[in-house]
Design a protein around this ligand. Structure first.
Ligand SMILES: [Zn+2]
Length: 313
């Protein structure tokens, strides 16, 4: 059934059906058709839009940027005989939500659930430099963000307000029980390599696509309740990631995709934000300052407002 839906959807803008594997058919759409159908101009063989609103793709790569923000695709864009093609599911889940003509139909935000990652015996990442614990930093940013949101008339619910462990499914249930309009999970990153740095956001992986850290393949996982909001999640990801990287000047690691437990069963748009690497000495030094954590909270707030402004009933 899903395969049939793909074919109908893609044929609407003249897709090319190819066989990726013996197991299933993929539909590829020429980039030039994507631009033309949406009244946009090609800027080069692998980009379209306008100079400051460019949708840009890379040869045989999942790298895709919108307004210079990295928004990785589910499948690589393919170059064939000088023309670029993208997968129809990438058009649906990654490109269409960002088109200027797309209407984002969803109620204006009122109740926002903030989820401070980790807590209690679960410290999260620990900075090797100064032993800062992720669980305290996530709580700190959540409280700063909550203050900003409440000052601007939003109702804020915290999944934890103390240093205690809250199971991951319970965090989602808090959002669902309180009929949240938006769920934001705050985290800090860590990597074996001390050179890794920057900010990345994660939305739930769309069905039929692979998560960002998995090899690209089709039908990797099923459909979760949270997948109802895939297209809203992409625009939410763009709003937060662009706001965060602009205000902090941190490296843009992209709006990535994962099947994190806290995002799976959400009955509202949701996102997980990794606000920087505690394992990177320079970035950790910044994160340790309350002025920088204020900037983080302010930029997440700005991203939420940007997202809310795009919503219409
Ligand atoms: Zn974490």
């Amino acid at each position: 059934m899903r395969k049939i839906k793909y074919l109908i959807f893609a044929s609407a803008i003249c897709g090319v059906v190819i066989c990726r594997s013996l197991a299933c058919l993929a539909v590829e759409i020429p980039l030039i058709k994507v631009a033309k159908t949406n009244g946009l101009h090609m800027l080069s063989a692998n980009s379209f839009g306008a100079k400051d609103v460019a949708f840009a793709f890379k040869d045989n790569s999942r790298v895709f940027t919108f307004k210079k923000i990295l928004m990785p695709l589910g499948f690589p864009a393919v170059k064939r005989y000088g023309r670029y093609y993208i997968d129809s599911s990438d058009y649906k889940y990654h490109i269409q939500p960002l088109l200027p003509t797309t209407k984002h139909r969803y109620k204006k935000l009122r109740t926002i659930v903030l989820d401070a990652g980790h807590g209690g015996e679960d410290n999260g990442a620990i900075a090797p430099w100064n032993k800062l614990q992720e669980k305290f930093l996530t709580m700190d940013v959540c409280l700063r963000l909550a203050k900003l949101l409440e000052k601007n008339g939003y109702k804020v619910v915290l999944t934890r307000s103390q240093d205690k462990k809250v199971p991951l499914p319970e965090r989602t249930q808090i959002a669902n029980r309180t009929k949240a309009d938006l769920f934001i999970s705050i985290h800090f990153n860590s990597a074996p390599s001390a050179s890794a740095s920057g900010i990345e956001t994660f939305t739930l992986t769309p069905p039929t696509q692979a998560s960002s850290y998995q090899a690209s393949s089709r039908s990797v996982h099923g459909n979760f309740i949270g997948n109802t909001f895939d297209t809203l999640n992409i625009i939410l990801g763009y709003c937060l990631q662009s706001s965060l990287t602009e205000k902090t000047s941190a490296i843009d690691r992209g709006v990535k995709h994962s099947t994190f437990v806290v995002l799976r069963d959400l009955k509202c748009p949701g996102i997980l934000v990794e606000c920087g690497f505690l394992s990177n000495r320079e970035e950790c030094k910044k994160i340790a300052s309350s002025a920088y954590r204020d900037i983080l909270a302010q930029s997440i707030f700005n991203g939420i407002i940007k997202f809310n402004d795009l919503l219409s009933d």
